[in-house]
Design a protein around this ligand. Structure first.
Ligand code: HEC
Length: 172
């Protein structure tokens, strides 16, 4: 008894297609699905990390002012984003990056407010860009309450950036 069928002298193109095409298609699909899953998992992780940010680091009060991060954000967009960027990433020739500013992490909330009240001269020894940071961001209408709200928003911005290591805008 001969159980082996003789090798086909010339396997047809159609049988090759019938055998391999589904396998190739399935592998491509599996690869695509795993990439999608990877992407989904990494985004989900990042979002939970952002949500799990430590609330104690965002102050409730600064200099006795009860602070509101949402107001701070709106004021930041109006008065600061033009130089420092919408996400605090900094803008060449305009304003330094804030999201990873060591000045911010090393100074207390009150010290940051005091800095915002005064600004920084271009020839200050601490200058980063040899450019002036205008007092109150150049907007004299900003009250001390506004500056406290903005400072709280800067804290939230930094905390958020800490949870997203790939975010741009590092600063010495
Ligand atoms: C006209 C552009 C401009 C505007 C508007 C502006 N800044 Fe600045 N800011 C600068 C520049 C330029 C520097 C860097 C100064 C230097 O060379 O050290 C700076 C520096 C800073 C720093 C210090 C950063 C560090 O790491 O030392 C903080 C904090 C800051 N700005 C916050 C703000 C906030 C908050 C506002 C809005 C209320 C604001 N800035 C509005 C230009 C601006």
């Amino acid at each position: 008894m001969n159980t082996e069928s003789p090798p086909s002298p010339n396997p047809g193109r159609s049988s090759f297609k019938a055998l391999w095409l589904p396998i190739i298609a399935a592998s491509v699909l599996v690869l695509f699905l795993s990439l999608a899953l990877l992407w989904f998992v990494s985004t989900a992780k990042r979002q939970t990390a952002t949500l799990a940010s430590d609330p104690p680091e965002i102050p409730e009060r600064i200099n006795g002012h009860l602070v509101d991060i949402e107001i701070g954000q709106a004021l930041y967009m109006q008065s600061c984003a033009s130089c420092h960027g919408k996400s605090g990433e900094g803008m060449a020739m305009q304003g330094s990056p804030l999201i990873r500013s060591h000045f911010l992490t090393q100074n207390s909330d009150s010290q940051v407010v005091r800095f915002l009240q005064r600004g920084r001269n271009a020839n200050d020894p601490a200058t980063l860009m040899q450019r002036a940071m205008p007092a109150r961001g150049g907007n004299p209408n900003l009250t001390d309450q506004d500056l406290a709200d903005i400072t709280a928003y800067l804290r939230a911005m930094q905390l958020n950036a800490r949870n997203q290591p790939d975010i741009a805008g590092s600063n010495p």
